[in-house]
Design a protein around this ligand. Structure first.
Ligand code: GLY
Length: 341
């Protein structure tokens, strides 16, 4: 079992990684809690949904939410709040989010809002959740106008990453996690593929924990975790989510390298390295589907909530990956049109 600490000044917490780590859940639940509201989905494996087995002295209530981006909504939050009211969840109690990134984002936001904030513990059941979504306290829901537009920073009291959950994860969900994992290669240069899966997941969490600890509310450096995400968000929207998040991130990483090269920040060999890691080592698609329009994608990138000043990208360069605001549209258009061919 591996334990990674997210070192925040007054709210540090542990992430427990390993097979069977669900058994550590009681250690992460605050001692004040009597009632537990489990926020989960129908499809989550039963050994993770039925956490009452690990918390026999607690009053455990399971509340199911829907699947997919459409259910990541304010309507879902209202339904959850009404369930919390019926359960009689108090400020001393706890929410436990059991599922992938969508579930932990929603459960975290519900916990952040209920009685102006109660503790939340996440049990992450997908690779993407383990290496990204469940860690770092970003919570929220979508609006018809955009993804994750309503939310809060709300750090969990602890996170369980039980690798047993990956044994039954559909291949596409696994690929999505690999897309986020590929990102960490370029942030640190670590040879993650030389590591066993549990060590690699723990290392990705450690990298994320260090970045989050240095900039919890994304005043600057945390945006590095969005490497590959600027184009990825636009691709997700323009394909109506036919491309899942991690698949879009994999493509976005290679495009970010192409743009970095167009701007003279990196050479062709480094672009090829991006393609080799994403396509070769992680076996992910590196090119967008055919028929997409560069102008439409650029429009969507302008609307992305992270585009503060003209176009903001996270780009590789001589000093490593960094946030680059104010990128001119012309090189973006040139490199994107080539990329889409
Ligand atoms: N997923 C990026 C972040 O947590 O900041």
């Amino acid at each position: 079992m591996r334990r990674v600490t997210v070192p925040l000044v007054d709210r540090s917490y542990d992430v427990i990684v390993g097979n069977g780590s669900i058994a550590e859940l009681p250690d992460l639940v605050p001692t004040s809690a009597r009632r537990v509201a489990v926020v989960t989905q129908a499809g989550i494996p039963v050994q993770f949904r039925e956490i009452g087995a690990y918390l026999p002295d607690h009053d455990v209530h399971v509340v199911e939410i829907g699947d997919g981006e459409a259910a990541k909504s304010l309507a879902t939050i209202e339904n959850l709040m009404r369930s919390f009211a019926q359960i009689g969840l108090t400020r001393n109690d706890v929410v436990v989010g059991v599922g992938g990134g969508m579930v932990t984002d929603v459960a975290g936001f519900a916990a952040a809002s209920w009685h102006r904030g109660i503790p939340v513990v996440h049990v992450s059941t997908t690779l993407l959740g383990m290496v990204d979504a469940a860690i770092g306290g970003k919570t929220g829901v979508n609006l018809p106008e955009g993804k994750n537009l309503v939310g809060a920073f709300w750090q969990p009291s602890g996170v369980v990453c039980d690798l047993d959950a990956l044994a039954t994860l559909p291949p596409r969900e696994m690929r999505c996690g690999l897309g986020e994992m590929a990102k960490y290669h370029f942030l640190t240069g670590d040879d993650l593929l030389a590591m066993a899966l549990d060590e690699r997941i723990a290392r990705c969490i450690e990298i994320k924990a260090e970045v989050v600890a240095s900039d919890e509310r994304e005043g600057g450096r945390r945006a590095l975790l969005n490497y590959g995400h600027t184009l990825a968000h636009a691709l997700e929207i323009t394909t109506g989510h036919d491309l899942a998040h991690g698949e879009a991130v994999a493509i976005g990483l290679v495009y970010a390298a192409e743009l970095g090269c167009e701007l003279g920040r990196i050479d062709r060999a480094r672009v090829d390295e991006h393609t080799a890691v994403v396509a070769g080592e992680y076996d992910l698609t590196t090119r967008p589907p055919s028929g997409l329009d560069a102008a439409e994608l650029i429009g969507l990138m302008h609307r992305d909530k992270k585009a503060l000043d003209r176009l903001t990208f996270v780009l590789d360069g001589p000093n490593g990956v960094e946030v680059v605001p104010g990128v001119d549209e012309a090189p973006v258009r040139r490199s994107l049109e080539r990329f889409l061919r």
